[in-house]
Every structure is written in C-alpha cells, then in structure tokens.
Design a protein around this ligand. Structure first.
Ligand SMILES: *[C@@H]1O[C@H](CO)[C@@H](O)[C@H](O)[C@H]1NC(C)=O
Ligand SMILES: *[C@@H]1O[C@H](CO)[C@@H](O)[C@H](O)[C@H]1NC(C)=O
Ligand SMILES: *[C@@H]1O[C@H](CO)[C@@H](O)[C@H](O)[C@H]1NC(C)=O
Ligand SMILES: *[C@@H]1O[C@H](CO)[C@@H](O)[C@H](O)[C@H]1NC(C)=O
Ligand SMILES: *[C@@H]1O[C@H](CO)[C@@H](O)[C@H](O)[C@H]1NC(C)=O
Length: 625
C-alpha cells in the first residue's frame, strides 16, 4: 500500500540484534509512522501469547499509541511477512481497542537476506502486503512527533473499601473485589462524571459533562474525524511550555484532566447523610485498597476534548483499574497499595506507564524481577536503574523549588575547592555523582559528640538517593537506631540513646534499607592506611560511592584519594561530619571540613592515628536495575 514509511525513533532501536519478535508502535493519526519498538516477551510455544502480551502492552503504552506492525530479526520473504502479519494483527486488535488496523494495514519488517542484515519493510493489509520503497528518517524525531501531538494526563487517587467476612475465603474475597471494581468503573462511565480540563495558568479551563450522552455513536461508527462542530479541541487548552526528560528529550507539558463524580446527581436530589448496610455471615474485616492511578495519553492536537476524555482518558483509567484488580486477585496483601507511574526511558520519544505493587520494597526480588522484564521489553541497559520510582516523571516544573523542611543542605562541597591535594604526579580518583553534606547539628538536632557516623551514613545514603537508586528519605538517627533494633543487632534500649555506631552498623542499615552490600577494609594501625590507597583508588574508579571511615571514636566520609603509585605519596579527600557551623561553603573550605588530608601534614601531625584501628566501609554500587 504505502510507498514510504517514516521512522521516528533512533535507528539503533530498530537495529537491536536480539532474536525474536518486536512490536512497532505508532499512532493512527500519523499513518505509516513508527515511533518506537517494544520487545515481545510473553511467548507460548514459540508464538506470542496474545492474551498475556496484549494485557501488558495495554498498560505500558499510553492510550493514543498503538501497535502498527512488527519486526522480526530473521530473513523474511513475502510469505513469511504474511505469517507475521497474521500474528501481529491479533495482538494489534487486542491492544488497540478497535479494528481500524484491519483497514489501514500493518508494517512488517524483516532482514533483507542472510548476507545483508539491513531491514526490509512491507506494508499493507493481509491481501495487499507490499515492499515499501523508501524509509524516511526525519531529523529530530521528537520535535516531529510533538508538533502534531500533545500529552494528556489524569491522576486519580482511589480508596476502595472492601468488606469481607474473612479474607481467608478466596471466593468471597474475589467476589467482593470484582463487585467493587465494576461499581467503580460504572461510576466513571456514568452520567454523573464531570471533568475539568486544565492547561496552564495562561490557557483557559473548561468543565466537561455529559461525556457519555452521545459518545456511543462515536464508538460504533468508528468515526475518528478529529473535530465535531462546536466542541473544543485539545490544542485550545494545551500549555505552550515544554519539559525535558532526564535524557534530554523535550516534550510538551501535559494537559491535565481532573475527574469528579457529581454525588447528588447520582443518588438523587438533596442527598442526606446515609449509612449503607452490608450484611455479613460472620465477623467482617474492612480493608481499604489504595489505588493511585496516573495515566498519560498521546492525542492529536486537533482531537476534540470530548473524544479525548471518552476514548483516551477513560479507556486508560479503565484499563489500569482492570489491571490493578487482576493484580489484587492474584494475592491479598495486608495493606494493598498499587500505584502507577509514568516514565520516559532513554531512546523513547514518548512516555510509558507501569503499575507497581508498593507492598514490595523496591529492592525485593519480586519487584526487581518485574523491572528486569520491563527493561528487556524496552531494550534498556541492565546495569542501572531507569524504571525505579525515583525515575518517574512528575511534570512539575520546579521540583527542587519546593524544599522540604529542615536544613537546606549543600551538595558536592568538594567541587571547585580552592586547595589541591599536594601530591606530586598523583592519580586522583573521586566519587561519581552527587551527594549532600550531612554534619552535626543539622535539622535542629544536637548530635554533637556522638552522631558523626550517623551523619556519614546520611551522606552516603543521599548519594544513593541522588543517583536514583531509591525514593526513601534519608533516615534520621532515630530511624537508623530503629532499624538496628529491628534486625536484632541492638537491644530495644538502643533506640533514643546517644550511642555511637560504626562501619558494621552502617553496612547493616544500607543492606536493610537499600539492599546495598558493602566491603569492609580493616586496617590495624593508622600508619598502615596509606598502604590501602591503591585499593581505595580502585573503589572510586569502579564503584564511585562515598566511603565511611571509622576509627577510634571518630567517623569521616571519604570522597576520593590522590595517589602516586611510584612514590607512594598520597592524600585523602575527607568530608568531616563533625562540622557544627552553618551551610556556608567558604567556612567549610577554610576550616578544612572538606579538604585533602595527607597522612602526615606539614606540621608533622598524623591524620590517621598510629595506635588506632580503622575500618573503611566501601558500599558497592548495585549492578542492578
Ligand atoms: C542491503 O540491501 C539494501 C536494500 O536492498 C541495499 O540498499 C544495501 O546496499 C545492501 N547492503 C549490502 C551490504 O549489500
Ligand atoms: C464522520 O463524522 C463527520 C462529521 O461529524 C461526517 O461528516 C462523516 O460523514 C462521518 N463519517 C463516517 C464514516 O461516519
Ligand atoms: C534521576 O531521575 C531524575 C528524574 O527523572 C532525573 O532528573 C535525574 O537526572 C536522575 N539522576 C541521575 C543521576 O540519573
Ligand atoms: C609519580 O611521581 C613521579 C615524580 O613526580 C612521576 O615521575 C611519576 O610519573 C608519578 N607516577 C604516577 C603513576 O603518576
Ligand atoms: C549540644 O549538646 C552538647 C552536649 O550535650 C552541649 O555541650 C552543646 O552545648 C549542645 N550544642 C548546642 C548547639 O546546643
């Protein structure tokens, strides 16, 4: 059919040499265009498992984006392309929500020949599949896409009460669960639904109601013309501002939709307080399901607002609700909390969505396995976190403007420091990435004299937080003590005390909160510390995490070493948690609270004491996702 197709993603995405099937993603409003590529993961006897595959893709892809074809990393003649077409059509029908792809056809890509690994594209319907003559790669694909399209977003927090006469009875539980969800979905599809459309402060607001009055016609006729008379378009409200994802892609700020249910309209006029009576056979338990929905859709700028709500926003919400219900049917957690997140992983010109079960910690096996699958689907590197909660898009323009309570800490205080290490011809190895400087007396908490190791732990923790390994808050002293009691390392009386902790305790806390393991380096005397320089340099080069030094009654944070292999000359970049002053860089530098320390300074004073035993805690950077 089509002579040309347009590719709006990195060609590296298409050239992924992994075997197997990949789905081509596009949108019906930009025909014959590939926007991204997603691996097929769920197989059944070598073929895509249509049901499992489509269920996952419906959540992953924003509404408005669809399966428009497939790519198989195998040599494919027309005959083979036809076969792929049939399988892909089944998945497309299940994912896209209607059968318009039967008319518009699919794009099928295979390898040219055994010697020529370049891609060959076919396009058309089952009967008219033909070789595509040319493939166009416009420069700046993101701009090409977002010139025509806009982002829609809707966040919804739902607390769904569930009464059951015993959660031990699975059939009772699933019955209740299913009823609760269908009730909820009915409300979303009812007459009482109102929707506020919010662009930005400079664009108008609009309240839309009666969404389902005439939308049924629209669904049945499959009439996708973008405008209906008198109805406003998304572009009337779209904010003109853009945001930049962490890998540098610019996308328009989304248009927000706020959903409201008109309660009195639903129950009858003049609603009085009422109580609902739910008879139970025995003792009943109330469990509140916490559902946090965050949906993102991609719409043509000229799409009418009514259609955007009915065909994109509500469909996406319904899909997410069904997916959450199915997750809850699988198991019954104590305090169910399901949350969806929007990400824009590197290589993608559009966002994607995932639902996480917050009953599992981020480093728990189940969560990690799930993220691994998602990384595979999206061909993301397997050695760094990209789909953790800390990576999720929040779309707030000045996220760092809204400061939390407590001390406003300095970060990366060693950067641009005026003094040098004094090592001649040394090789300088420093931490990779950012940290915050935690020290005595911060947050109006007087830990002077006992809290130095706690502060060092907080600095290390902040590094993991700023590198997006966690969304947890940096733990305060009380929390750290609570963890040590909880894991059985300390007696309950330890909580609230002013007792010191050391490198071993730090490693327990890092393991418990972050799943991070640590190496501990023992040095019998301060005089032997310089011998460990090579090992420390290697740590900074390969792991790049801040190190805690515990020795005698003092704890320090180590940010790097400068070391000359030949002469043995060395210096240590120390960040000192014993600082009690304000957050002022000049004072910190001038006082040497952050600075290079030689084992013996110019006055002959030793930094590492000869008669003290030292422990170096080297947190290992998780080679995980
Ligand atoms: C592979 O095939 C493509 C398309 O037919 C052609 O343009 C390209 O030159 C070929 N490459 C090689 C190395 O033969
Ligand atoms: C779609 O709607 C437009 C305007 O409402 C109308 O002119 C057109 O005939 C419709 N097309 C179909 C296929 O129903
Ligand atoms: C962490 O994630 C945020 C939000 O996506 C991003 O802005 C930041 O650059 C990321 N940091 C790193 C070190 O990747
Ligand atoms: C150590 O310093 C000496 C003398 O300045 C220099 O010749 C040598 O190259 C340095 N070694 C390393 C590994 O940098
Ligand atoms: C903090 O506590 C120590 C010991 O209890 C005390 O000597 C010191 O004056 C206190 N400092 C501040 C700033 O309150």
């Amino acid at each position: 059919m089509a002579k040309h197709i347009t590719i709006l993603c990195d060609s590296s995405m298409l050239e992924n040499k992994r075997k197997g099937m990949q789905w081509l993603v596009g949108t019906r409003t930009m025909p014959c265009t590939v926007i991204s590529v997603i691996h097929c993961l769920r197989l059944n006897a070598g073929y895509p498992d249509i049901q499992a595959e489509s269920a996952e893709l419906r959540i992953l892809l924003p509404k408005g984006l669809e399966i428009v074809g497939a790519l198989l990393n195998e040599v494919g003649e027309l005959e083979k392309a036809r076969k792929i077409y049939e399988i892909t059509m089944e998945v497309a029908l299940a994912v896209n929500g209607d059968d318009s792809c039967k008319k518009s056809g699919l794009i099928i890509a295979c390898l040219e020949s055994a010697d020529n690994q370049s891609l060959k594209f076919y396009h058309g319907t089952s009967q008219s599949l033909n070789t595509v003559e040319s493939v166009v790669h416009p420069g700046n694909p993101g701009a090409h896409l977002w010139k025509k399209m806009c982002l829609l977003r809707c966040k919804l927090h739902i607390q769904l009460p569930l009464y059951a006469s015993g959660f031990d009875n699975p059939s009772d539980y699933s019955r209740q669960l299913e009823a609760a969800f269908s009730n909820l979905i009915k409300k979303l599809r009812g007459d009482a639904l109102y929707c506020i459309v919010e662009g930005s402060s400079t664009t108008p607001r609009k309240v839309v109601s009666g969404i389902f009055k005439d939308s049924d016609n629209f669904h049945q006729s499959g009439n996708k013309s973008h405008t209906t008379q008198g109805d406003s378009q998304c572009s009337d409200f779209c904010p003109s501002s853009v945001f930049t994802s962490s890998h540098g892609l610019q996308m328009p700020m989304p248009l927000n939709f706020v959903l409201l249910i008109h309660q009195s309209l639903e129950k009858g006029i003049n609603l009085a307080p009422f109580a609902e009576y739910l008879p139970a056979n025995g003792e009943a338990i109330l469990r509140v399901l916490n559902l946090d929905l965050d949906i993102i859709s991609v719409a043509h700028r000229e799409l009418s607002v009514h259609e955007a709500i009915s065909s994109l926003i509500l469909t996406a919400l319904t899909d997410q609700l069904y997916a959450m219900r199915d997750m809850l049917l699988e198991e019954i957690p104590e305090h169910p909390e399901l949350c969806s997140y929007v990400f824009c992983p590197p290589g993608f010109a559009h966002p994607i969505s995932c639902i996480y079960n917050l009953n599992y910690g981020e480093s728990e096996f189940k969560t990690v396995e799930w993220r691994k699958l998602l990384h595979q689907r999206l061909s993301l590197p397997m050695d760094r976190p990209l789909l953790r909660r800390a990576n999720a898009l929040s779309f707030t323009q000045n996220e760092f403007g809204a400061q939390k309570q407590g001390t406003q800490r300095l970060s990366n205080v060693h950067v641009n420091m005026p003094t040098s290490s004094g090592v001649v011809g040394g090789q300088c190895s420093l931490i990779h990435g950012s940290y915050e400087y935690y020290h005595y007396l911060q947050d109006s908490f007087n830990d002077s004299g006992w809290g130095c190791a706690y502060r060092s732990l907080q600095t290390i923790f902040s590094w993991f937080k700023l590198q997006n390994y966690t969304v947890l808050d940096v733990p305060m002293h009380g929390k750290i003590q609570e963890i040590l009691v909880k894991i059985g390392d300390k007696e309950p009386s330890f909580k609230g005390s002013q007792n010191w902790i050391g490198a071993i305790e730090l490693s327990f806390v890092l393991d418990e909160l972050l799943g991070v393991s640590s190496k501990i380096l023992n040095v019998r005397s301060g005089a032997e510390v310089p011998e460990k320089c090579r090992e420390l340099a290697l740590h900074f080069e390969t792991q790049g995490t801040p190190v805690m030094i515990g020795g005698g009654v003092l704890a320090y944070t180590l940010l790097g070493v400068d070391y000359n292999d030949t002469t043995g000359d060395c210096a240590f970049l120390i960040l000192d948690p014993h600082y009690t002053g304000g957050e002022d860089l000049r004072t910190i530098w001038a006082g040497g609270w952050c600075g290079w320390k030689k084992p013996v300074n110019s006055k002959g004073e030793e930094f590492f004491l000869r008669d003290k035993f030292y422990n170096f805690l080297l947190p290992q950077r998780p080679n995980t996702i």
